[in-house]
Design a binder for this molecule. Structure first.
Ligand SMILES: CC(C)(COP(=O)(O)OP(=O)(O)OC[C@H]1O[C@@H](n2cnc3c(N)ncnc32)[C@H](O)[C@@H]1OP(=O)(O)O)[C@@H](O)C(=O)NCCC(=O)NCCS
Length: 213
């Protein structure tokens, strides 16, 4: 059985996070008959047990949120589209956690566990003003927050060519434990789209999601 760890909503958005275990295989088999054979094959063909269960958990959580299994199709960039309902959708998974966001506007979410390994890659995704906002005592958590924010914005845009340091910009912010709100933008040649983002720290996990209130 899935266990909902976090859920929030406003008039446009719903975001939920679940924990799952091996029983997700049984839960998934209950909704499987309502999905297309392509959808089921895509999930069942994953040899890696954790990847497969993460995908199953996403579909079971989606079904819980909608009250019925939704129909998902992926475009050429790998972005999921919910064909059965009018919501924009975003999925994320990390270890035994899955996050789903549904939005009447723009969905984008990312969940990630906090690890010091993030230090090795900060220069690949953060620009100088963002890096300057990090403090040694909260470095790993704060850097992971920037990472999740950029992944959430990347998923909202949905196409592959974005460069994390230049096209996905987070307005530098100070770290506050627990939860917080900050701003991010997708910047392309002649356009800038601004978004409000929220984060929630759930144990060793960070959840970031767009907030279209
Ligand atoms: C696609 C990507 C965003 C997925 O993120 P991830 O951390 O590996 O995995 P997550 O569990 O958080 O997200 C997986 C979900 O992303 C979604 N996704 C994949 N491609 C997507 C896209 N183009 N747009 C929106 N969502 C996408 C899928 O729904 C997938 O879940 P599902 O398979 O259950 O449907 C990521 O792998 C990626 O390519 N990031 C950009 C890499 C990059 O440019 N890095 C440069 C800085 S170092």
């Amino acid at each position: 059985m899935e266990h909902i760890l976090f859920k929030t909503a406003n008039t446009n958005d719903t975001i939920a996070v679940c924990s799952f275990d091996e029983s997700i295989e049984t839960e998934f088999s209950k909704i499987e008959k309502s999905l297309s054979s392509e959808e089921v094959n895509d999930i069942r063909n994953f040899r890696n047990e954790n990847f497969r269960r993460q995908k199953m958990a996403g579909r079971v959580l989606l079904s819980t949120l909608l009250g019925e299994p939704g129909k998902i199709e992926y475009d050429q960039h790998g972005k999921p589209h919910l064909k059965s309902h009018v919501f924009d959708i975003s999925f994320s998974h990390a270890k035994d956690k899955v996050a789903v966001m549904l939005s009447k506007k723009t969905a984008g979410t990312d969940i990630q566990d906090i690890t010091p390994r993030i230090r090795r890659i900060v220069h690949k995704y953060m620009n100088q003003p963002e890096l300057d906002s990090l403090q040694e005592q909260t470095y790993d958590t704060h850097a992971t927050l920037y990472w999740c924010a950029k992944e959430a914005l990347y998923k909202a845009y949905g196409e592959r060519q974005l460069i994390f340091t230049d096209n996905i910009i987070v307005e530098p912010f100070s770290f506050i434990p627990g939860k917080g709100t900050f701003k991010g933008s997708i910047v392309l040649n002649h356009s800038k789209r601004d978004f409000v983002l929220k984060y929630e720290i759930i144990g060793i996990f960070i959840l970031v999601y767009l907030w279209n209130e």
